[in-house]
Every structure is written in C-alpha cells, then in structure tokens.
Design a protein around this ligand. Sequence first.
Ligand code: MLT
Ligand code: MN
Ligand code: ZN
Length: 306
Amino acid sequence: MRITVLGSAAGGGFPQWNCNCRNCAGVRSGQVNARPRTQSSIFVQPDDGLEGVLFNASPDILEQIRSHPTLQPGRALRDTAIAGVILMDGQIDHCTGLFMLRERGTTLPLWCTDPVEEDLTHGNPVLRVLEHYCGVQRHRIALDGAWFEVPGVADLQFRALPLSSKAAPYSPHREQPVPGDNIGISIHDRRSGATAFYAPGLGEITPPVFDAMSGADAVMVDGTFWSDDEMPRMGIGRKTAREIGHLPQSGPGGMLEWLAKLPTATRRLLIHINNTNPILDEDSAERAALTRAGVQVCEDNTSLHL
Ligand code: MLT
Ligand code: MN
Ligand code: ZN
C-alpha cells in the first residue's frame, strides 16, 4: 500500500490564520526553519490501484487534491480517486472537507462510528446538509474489532479501535466520552502483508492500543503537542493537551516513552501536529530529540510504501 500524507497539521493548520506564536510568526517571516502544513488527512491506495481511501476530510481538501495529482486520475469528464472516506472522529478539522466534495456525481461512501454519525447528523449536521448535494451512503464502523473493506479498493482491509480522546466541542458528549467518539485504524494490505496503525487523536495508550501499535509495521500517531501544558503556558487557552484528548510527546507516560517500547523495526511517525509544537522547528532541540529516537515528523507529502 501507499500512504500519502495530505495534511499533517492539527486543527487550524500551520501557520494558523490568527496566530502569532513563535512558530506561526516565524514560518511566515522565514525566521523559523519550518514548513507550512495543511490540516489532518491521509490517502491510502493499494499498490496497483488508482482509487484509494481518504481518511478524514480536512477543510483544506481542495488544496490537498490540487497538490496531489494522484487524487485526480482524469478518466472521465468528472472523476476522483476517492473511493470512500473513513472518519476518525467528528472534529471540525476532520469533517468540514465533506462539504467540498458535494459536487461528486455519485453518493459519497462514508465510514464512521455511530457516535460520529450522531454528531454529524445533529450537533453539526454535515450529513443532513449533504443530502441536498451528492448525498452520503453511510457505513457503520463497528467497534468489535471486525475487519471491513471499502469497495473499489482491493487488497486493503481496515479495523477500528476505540480510543480515549475527545469528541468535538459541539458534541453533546464532549465531556462524557462514549466509545467511538474517536478511533484509531489498523490498515492491512493482504497482498504485501503489511499493516499500518493510524491515530491522529490519541489521548491514552491503553493495552489494546499498544497491541495495535506493536502489531504494525508503521505507526502514524498523535503528534499534536510536545508538552501537556503547551497551550496554557503560551497563554493560548487554559486546557492541557490531555484535557483535550491528546497525549503529549514529552514527560512521564508521554508518546515518546511508548514509541521507545515498540519493536526496533517499526516505523514511527508523528502526525496531526499543532502549530504551537516546537518539533515543527527543524532546528529545535525537541526535533533533534525525535531524530535521535528514530521518530519522524510527518510533512504534507510524506509518503510511505508498505
Ligand atoms: C483536535 O483534534 O483537538 C482538533 O484539531 C480541534 C479542532 O479541529 O479544532
Ligand atoms: Mn484534530
Ligand atoms: Zn501558532
């Protein structure tokens, strides 16, 4: 399979439109050695297939499609390589792009869990609005560990794992999490035998999460924050990383400690990086620490062949 990172930033993107933190101001002025990034999404294709699965539909989807010709195979007057969309949660950065796909000529095949469908039908009724355009053919993602497939994408199969993270702020259960608000996905290629684990919003590494990570050839996991108090310390909001469902990289029990426990051969990548995170600065001490630990920071365009 080929995994293409379409967007490697968390909600807001990088630089964020209204932000003048060191990273955002620095990438604009050129004083910080960092690359701009669009919001959170990956595209996964089987080796010999034109069509693939879009994981999350970011507000930046149109720009992402323009900069990745593989998403527009050009076989017909109206065409797309997106065979279906799988949502990891109902957060704004992962679902707003569904509106941009409204001109689709056929109903949009969409996989999400029940709580996400509920949120996207009521709190933020994207799916209801889309009924006035292409319409959505919604498939339920079960949380029982069953593998599922996406028609048109041969050889790949997918399995969801409920995660401890956070539903979107508009969700009635933002503060009363239910299983399925956020999921991680194992992507298995039957042909190559490889497995990837993708979890852009991951608040806690429970034993089943660590099992899924340990069984993968590559993990692409929550890279939102370096430290738990990153935003409050900068005077941006009051909430810590953990309070909004993201496990920070540094500190006791942080993501780096977990990544260090994985088998040596596992590829370790961080994705969904918030604009405040010092790892965006390629000259930072934090980035150097990741490099020493064998952890890669995803950019828009990073691609993995597994
Ligand atoms: C999150 O994952 O917490 C988000 O990126 C929030 C958002 O999209 O506003
Ligand atoms: Mn997000
Ligand atoms: Zn910023």
